[in-house]
Design a protein around this ligand. Structure first.
Ligand code: NAD
Length: 383
């Protein structure tokens, strides 16, 4: 079993998820490589305690990311920090010779993303990917195989959305995702956009143009001191894109919705493909189910199929048991570690987002900002 020695930079929500996934590695069968958590960094002392209390293998806990990157016992890093730090920290990690799992949006804006990709181009030995776990749900892996086999016929439309609702509460306190300085001009698009665009981009459904409407619902929220603090970023965004299917050449509408204020939706990642021969739907709201409609004439019933634990990277869990968020996080990390070692994935849709794919998504989001600003349709240059 090959061991990849990992450091985590940013011990918040997502940093902990990776640490927990690494601790569950025995859950996976047939892996010939595993991550070992040896170092952790957070700018503040408090998050470090959870890591050192739970992971005996951590030999370095520091508040300075440069110290972690200088550690020769670290082979790869997971960097999960606010968006304004992506360019600086991802670039420093690549230059330090570490493999990198970054977080979305992989740079706070298009310029930062370009800068990260430029550093990567100078260090071709660095294996870099961006995190995005939702395509690892069994239903989405199944849908990915349907896309590969062109089972949908002529695609009529594709709808992808990611909807949260907690911001409906005007008393929810401020955090960095509501400031332009830390989260960027994209607002909810930078936060949720790559999740919604992962499947379409991987499928080759690259938008030719976009028309976007963005909304900011609450102007203020309680700040750290309890006083109203300005909310600067977009809450909700709807993008309508003209997209072509590379299989048939036919164009179809691709709708992307990223919403922080979608009443009733706690954390719903949704994906739907409607076609002349087959249609399919998945939502994390019903994570065990794929909905399918096959048409060859006659009635058009939607069927609901339980997916159980049909995982791309086999696990000890019985095949009939449903899967959830932390299971697909483990799958995503299995994909990262496996691709790092073997430089291939078990399927087209079983890989983490590539840096080039993050670049394309930045072009789409940047075009969406322009579209909203000028109330125009904005062309997207795919190259
Ligand atoms: N894949 C997903 O489903 C998912 C979900 C949520 C967030 N994210 C992404 O993960 C990243 C982090 O988000 P989060 O929700 O974990 O944020 P978080 O606020 O929970 O954690 C960020 C951590 O980074 C630390 N930090 C800040 N500056 C630092 C520095 N200079 N050096 C070291 N540590 C520093 C903070 O102290 C904090 O503990 C973002 O890019 C976000 O978009 C991804």
């Amino acid at each position: 079993m090959k061991t990849i020695r990992f450091g985590i930079i940013g011990g918040g929500l997502m940093g902990r998820e990776f640490a927990s996934a690494a601790a569950r590695w025995c859950h996976l069968l047939q892996m010939d490589a595993r991550p070992e958590l040896v170092a952790v960094c957070d700018a503040t002392p408090e998050p470090l305690r959870w890591f050192t209390e739970n992971f005996a293998g951590i030999k370095q806990a520091t508040n300075d990311y440069k110290e972690l990157l200088a550690n020769p016992a670290v082979d790869a890093v997971y960097i999960a920090v606010p968006h304004n730090l992506h360019e600086k920290l991802y670039g420093a990690a690549i230059e330090a010779g570490k493999h990198l799992m970054g977080e979305k949006p992989f740079g706070i804006n298009l310029a930062a993303n370009r800068a990260i990709l430029a550093v990567l181009a100078q260090h071709p030995q660095c294996f870099a990917r961006c995190s995005s776990e939702f395509p690892f749900f069994p239903a989405m892996q199944r849908m990915g195989r349907m896309i590969e086999r062109a089972e949908f016929g002529t695609i009529l439309e594709v709808n992808a959305s990611f909807q949260h609702s907690s911001d409906l509460d005007p008393n929810k306190p401020m955090n960095w995702k509501r400031t332009v300085a830390a989260n960027g001009e994209y607002g909810c698009l930078g936060d949720l956009g790559l999740h919604s665009l992962h499947m379409p981009i991987r499928a080759g459904w690259v938008p030719r143009n976009v028309r976007a409407i963005l909304t900011r619902v609450f102007s203020h929220r309680p700040g750290r001191d309890g006083k109203p603090a300005p909310c600067e970023t977009w809450d909700n965004a709807t993008l309508l894109c003209e997209t072509a299917d590379p299989v048939t050449g036919a164009t179809f509408p691709l709708t992307i919705k990223t919403q922080r204020i979608a009443p009733g939706e706690k954390n719903s990642w949704n994906f739907e493909v409607l076609g002349t021969r087959r249609s399919a739907r998945f939502s994390t709201k019903q994570a065990n189910t794929i909905q399918l409609l096959d048409y060859s004439g006659g009635e058009q019933p939607w069927q609901h199929l339980d997916m159980g634990h049909e995982m791309t990277f086999p696990t000890i869990t019985g095949g009939i048991f449903e899967s959830g968020f932390s299971d697909v996080i483990v799958q995503m990390w299995a994909s990262f570690v496996s691709e790092l070692v073997h430089r291939k994935t078990p399927g087209k849709f079983a890989g983490c987002i590539t840096p080039q794919e993050t670049h394309l998504h930045h072009k789409i989001l940047t075009a969406a900002l322009e579209s909203h600003r000028n109330a125009t349709v904005v062309k997207i240059d795919p190259d």
